[in-house]
Ligand binder design. Structure first.
Ligand code: SF4
Length: 330
């Protein structure tokens, strides 16, 4: 698969009265064309801020994207886009499915018009064609009687159906990248599975690149090709789904896995990740996971580890993989 999007050393802060909140601290990764990259981590780890940066939705001020950050798309750094270029990119090249469909949809506007507006904004279609395209898209995401439902308002849809409408609105212009930001958090487990299956189906039909942002490792297992695990604004581990689920390297990833039920592990006791992430206004000099890590060593409290290669495309930022620590363990 070829590389479609490259995030390089992304650093995003928010300026508050209490100080500079360092939400994203030097994040780098690539997303392949037609693939699914899952970005996993607990609330506040910087995954949604990363997603919003890719969509150009960081409000400045109070937000600030540091000058040495880059997001490469089609050979250009999108952080240098003009407002006109952002408008052409959002929706047509990259779109986002938000977690709270009720808040994201306009309650006073009919569903059909909300989807058709996207087509009008980015295509050369007239109103009638845009309406037809919106109706077709509504049918594709599994809404029964789409012609009738086009005339209804968001409150007339169930939670799962509203999320399908969000997917229709995100995909109607045929974007190359879709960011799904916690797309199933507000839904019950059976609807969650339906929405993930729908995303997978539409992705394979359209060769769309999906960035799946979630705190739940459980939902990425059968969808993601690659997974990056974020903690305290940094990427602490990246690898294929098989690397992360069967050969996790970073103690945080291992702790996350112990907190989710797995069908392939038989009976298991679930263990929550104890403690809390560090203060993002005064992040620690050493490893950000130090205070919560069962394997912490003295060095970890003083110096943040670099990323060590554990296998092809599999890296973890942890001093346990320093050659000296490795030779001591052998
Ligand atoms: Fe734990 Fe040290 Fe590795 Fe950080 S660097 S995850 S504290 S062992």
């Amino acid at each position: 698969m070829s590389k479609l999007l490259e995030v390089e050393n992304l650093r995003v802060s928010y300026h508050s009265y209490a100080g500079e909140v360092q939400a994203v601290r030097g994040v780098s990764f690539t997303a392949d064309e037609g693939g699914t990259l899952a970005v996993v981590g607990e609330s506040g780890c910087g995954k949604s801020v990363t997603a919003r940066s890719i969509m150009g939705l960081i409000q400045t001020p109070p937000g600030e994207i540091k000058a040495d950050s880059h997001i490469w798309y089609k050979g250009k750094d999108i952080l240098d886009y003009t407002e006109k270029e952002w408008r052409a990119y959002r929706g047509a090249e990259c779109s986002i499915i938000f977690q709270d469909a009720l808040a994201a949809l306009n309650p006073t506007m009919k569903i059909g018009r909300q989807i058709a507006e996207n087509v009008l904004l980015h295509g050369s279609a007239d109103r009638k064609q845009a309406w037809t395209e919106a109706e077709n898209m509504l049918g594709m995401v599994g809404i029964p009687e789409p012609g009738k439902r086009m005339h209804q308002y968001p409150h007339e849809f169930s939670g799962g159906m509203r999320q399908r409408v969000m997917i229709a609105a995100a995909l109607v212009c045929g974007p190359k990248i879709v960011i799904a930001d916690e797309p199933t958090t507000a839904l019950d487990v059976t609807i969650q599975a339906d929405i993930i299956q729908l995303l997978k189906k539409l992705q394979s039909e359209r060769n769309t690149t999906v960035l799946l942002i979630t705190h739940d490792l459980g939902i990425v297992a059968d969808m993601a090709d690659k997974i990056i695990v974020m903690y305290a604004g940094e990427v602490v581990e990246e690898g294929t789904a098989s690397d992360i689920f069967y050969h996790p390297g970073h103690p945080y990833t291992k702790a996350l896995l112990k907190a989710v039920p797995r069908l392939d592990m038989g009976e298991q006791e679930l263990t929550p990740v104890e403690g809390a992430p560090p203060d993002s206004i005064h992040p620690p000099e050493g490893c950000p996971f130090y205070e919560r890590c069962e394997s912490a060593m003295c060095l970890c409290g003083h110096r943040n580890p670099p990323a060590y290669t554990l296998g092809r495309g599999h890296r973890a930022s942890c001093w346990l993989y320093h050659p000296m620590a490795q030779s001591r363990r052998e």
